[in-house]
Design a protein around this ligand. Sequence first.
Ligand code: CP
Ligand code: NVA
Length: 307
Amino acid sequence: MRHFLTLKDYTKEEILEIIDLGLKIKRDLKRGEIKPYFPNQTLAMIFEKSSTRTRVSFETGMYQLGGHALFLSNRDIHLGRGEPVKDTARVISSMCDMVMIRTFAQSMLEEFASHSKVPIINGLTDAYHPVQLLADYMTMIEHGHADNPVVAYVGDGNNMTHSWLMLASKLGFELRIATPKGYEVDDVVLADALAFAKESGAVITMMHDPKAAAEGATVVTTDTWASMGQEDEKEERIRAFKGFIVDEALMHRADKNAIFLHCLPAYREQEVSESVLEGRQSVVFDEAENRLHAQKGLMVWLDRQYR
Ligand code: CP
Ligand code: NVA
């Protein structure tokens, strides 16, 4: 049985296999063919943070695959009132066939997984957002941007940045990350990525200059300056991230056919300008839709590992 807690645990071949499966299931859906992979099965979805895309894509995806999804907010289940993670994990995994969790600490997810009888999927933690990267890479493939991409990430060194580091270092492409000073990525995550990069040939560069990161890039991406849980730091962050907006001037430095990705929700005129978000290079709504297709590929793939 495999869990999907971080891309760190996955090989290049496995990542591509999951995305390929998602693309196949997407083609089937668009042709009107819906295959019931999960009859009478349930996906538990535990949310300790807000969500639009993750909730809707997993719930819809599980329904389309013939199963049922349970939305479990921590305001409603006993986990939010202090029932231990290990008890919750044993109870839920004795009844459900797969569990998706959105939470704060990666260690909570790991603890849950260590007591679970069924696969656990990371639906975002403070450290990683791996399902988002499956959708992002699927979007790059569909837009013809997956061959030797040069990806520029401009913004906060957060869960998205960490996930880009894992994807690039496993798949072997170039990734430039520009953050303000004091908002760099985690040292341990970076060290892991650099070790994987030695094997894959990925070129990973950390910098503080968005312009240098964007120069000739074929994919430009960013994320919110204040992630969930950092609401109190919002004003301070807006000051610290001045100059880190992805606007038309920055996009002009990138390859003329570059695409713009953003996991959403986006904060216009903070990390991205309205004109870039709504502009010809933006593929953010294809990217959002691909959450559905990529995660269906992931759920079917995980199920195949333990049946
Ligand atoms: N990108 C993403 O995970 O969106 P939600 O927070 O809406 O799920
Ligand atoms: N970095 C953001 C991503 C939201 C999908 C957050 O954690 O809030």
